[in-house]
Design a protein around this ligand. Structure first.
Ligand code: HEM
Length: 206
């Protein structure tokens, strides 16, 4: 891992600050995710829809730029949870990302996707604690379980990415990509659910 850069951008701190209002809104919207089956279902739906749109961009970036690899997608696990919960497929319209800026765009998205796995670990822990009095049955947690092993590498990766950014314009583009990625999550969370009432049926497999 390159470590000699004199003054690398503190990219993780920067992106955390720049996306903080959006993260807070999501945090608030899903405050009861660990105790409410309905909120958990919305959380899985939102995550699945957003990952479906965002992960292919990071995968395309990782194929072209070795620094971005490896990237482990989560949408398969999210789809398993979605099906186990009997939730309809939800889609969200993708934002347009500039192909020319794939490297920087993918870094911004990767920050959001891999960062959100930190929150997912936290949620998993709370579900474990609440399973006795919150959920009647423990919900399917393939996605949350799969996020367990990622924390130590996230910080290293962000440091490496920060060292690889050139001019200030690169930082602007990465920041915009991270904010756009958050917006996709927010849109997925806001999306009117075709079977909103069906969410009450959480726990009954398809
Ligand atoms: C129920 C909703 C959520 C809760 C309770 C939550 C909670 C958390 C917590 C506790 C952390 C810090 C973990 C740590 O540093 O060990 C975190 C980090 C993060 N979360 Fe969330 N989160 C939620 C939803 C989301 C969503 C939907 C996204 C994606 C759009 C997201 C993106 C992030 C990012 C990028 C970080 C890393 C921040 C950093 O750089 O330290 N979170 N979240």
């Amino acid at each position: 891992m390159p470590s000699g850069s004199a003054a690398p951008v503190r990219l993780r701190e920067h992106l955390k600050r720049e996306t903080d209002p959006q993260h807070r809104r999501l945090d608030l919207a899903f405050a009861d995710v660990a105790t409410s089956p309905q909120a958990y279902a919305r959380f899985i739906s939102m995550n699945h829809a957003a990952h479906e749109v965002l992960e292919p961009v990071v995968e395309a970036g990782a194929q072209r730029f070795p620094l971005l690899a490896p990237f482990t997608p989560m949408r398969g696990y999210l789809d398993e949870d979605r099906r186990a919960l009997g939730l309809p497929l939800q889609t969200v319209t993708p934002s347009t990302f500039e192909e020319d800026d794939l490297f920087l765009t993918a870094i911004g998205i990767l920050y959001v996707l891999e960062g959100s796995r930190l929150g997912a670990r936290f949620i998993r822990h709370r579900i474990e604690q609440n399973s006795v009095h919150g959920f009647a049955d423990r919900p399917p947690t393939r996605y949350l379980d799969a996020t367990k092993g990622f924390f130590p590498r996230f910080d290293d990766r962000m440091t490496r990415f920060g060292s690889s950014l050139g001019d200030g314009n690169a930082l602007i583009l990465v920041t915009r990509a991270a904010q756009n990625a958050f917006t996709i999550f927010e849109r997925a969370a806001d999306e009117p659910h075709p079977q909103r009432n069906g969410l009450l049926a959480v726990g009954k497999p398809e």
